[in-house]
Design a binder for this molecule. Structure first.
Ligand code: PBG
Length: 326
């Protein structure tokens, strides 16, 4: 009987050896927490499918932002739930809109915390689509671009440290870049949701943000889950148009896409561990089938290993607490 001279187990024997050779670090400083801010809400309102995540009033959001900062999480991603919706999504680019007001309030209270704003119209349109509609019910890509640019400029003027367009209209990164530059906001980075797939995993978010399309679906502008090459092409276009960071969304079902886009672009990569991924894990934990702490830290580490420099996750606060204890 011969024994192997190389023993992989040698470096797995103790915690100290394991940390010495660990390839992928995970820290609170890699995470961002999404916040849902609702106009007219008093305090907090729970979101049924997402235990531990609430819709927040502006003052509750300021309080939450303080907790986030204290945990060493570098920033928040803001989504607005307006009091009023219309066909054009005018609440999105209103200088006194919910995201603009929340951005100002959070930056005033916590100037060092990064505030990143989602640029899209679906939370603000009465039909729930991400852009303007043509009479035939299709989204009008080119007419939507100007409104998205207006939204981004208004958010940046309110103090957003970066804007993140999630609408998936063609050409929006270039149009938003030009609009920001024309307004003297050339220092505001764009985090482009380059590869946003038409995914079932956005279900709980749409309930939370009240943004389910009134008819049809988003497959006319979001990507087919079957396509990896196309995701790389989308990313390269966004780079040409001036994106500073790129996002892949959802995260877990698309780790290969994350890896490929990172290899092709070498830009800082963000992965969005979306609402359905969160809901799925939380449901299994609630049923007693998974250990939450190990499952969450394994999930986030895997997303980092696949190429994400930053992970947007609803687990951010819990993960930051657990990472402090390790
Ligand atoms: C749309 C947007 C969506 C999410 C972020 N931005 C939903 C959608 O495209 O329907 C989903 C995030 C999540 O599920 O956590 N602006």
């Amino acid at each position: 009987m011969t024994f192997p001279a190389v023993r992989m187990r040698r470096l797995r024997r103790t915690g100290a050896l394991r940390s010495l050779v660990r390839e992928t670090p995970l820290a609170a400083s890699d995470l961002l927490l999404p916040l849902f801010i609702e106009q007219g809400l008093d305090g907090r309102a729970p979101i049924e499918a997402m235990p531990g995540v609430d819709r927040l009033s502006i003052s509750a959001a300021v309080e939450e932002a303080g907790e986030v900062a204290a945990l060493g999480i570098p920033g928040v991603l803001l989504f607005g739930i307006p009091g009023h919706k219309d066909a054009e999504g005018s609440g999105g680019w209103d200088d006194e809109g919910i995201v603009q007001l929340a951005t100002r309030a959070i930056k005033e209270a916590h100037p060092d915390l990064l505030v990143i704003t989602d640029v899209c119209l679906c939370e603000y349109t009465d039909h729930g689509h991400c852009g303007l509609l043509r009479p035939d019910g299709q989204v009008d890509n080119d007419a939507s671009l100007e409104l998205l640019a207006r939204t981004a400029v208004s958010q940046a003027r309110a103090g957003a440290d970066a804007v993140a367009p999630s609408d998936m209209m063609d050409g929006r990164v270039g149009v938003i870049r030009k609009a920001l530059d024309d307004e003297g906001l050339s220092d505001t980075p764009i985090i482009a949701y380059s590869a946003k797939f038409a995914s079932a995993f956005y279900g709980p978010f749409r309930d939370a943000a009240d943004s389910t399309p009134a008819f049809g679906d988003r497959r006319g502008y979001q990507m087919d889950p079957a396509n990896g090459d196309e995701a790389v092409r989308e990313a390269l276009l966004d780079v040409q148009e001036g994106a500073d960071m790129l996002m892949v969304k959802p995260a877990l079902p698309y780790l290969d896409v994350l890896w490929r886009v990172k290899q092709e672009t070498r830009l800082p990569m963000v992965a969005y561990n979306v609402s359905g991924e969160y809901a799925m894990l939380k449901a299994a934990v609630a049923a007693g089938h998974l250990d939450e702490r190990t499952a969450v830290l394994e999930t986030l580490t895997s997303i980092r290993r696949a190429g994400a420099d930053v992970v947007i996750t609803y687990h951010a606060k819990d993960a930051a607490r657990w990472l402090q204890q390790t």
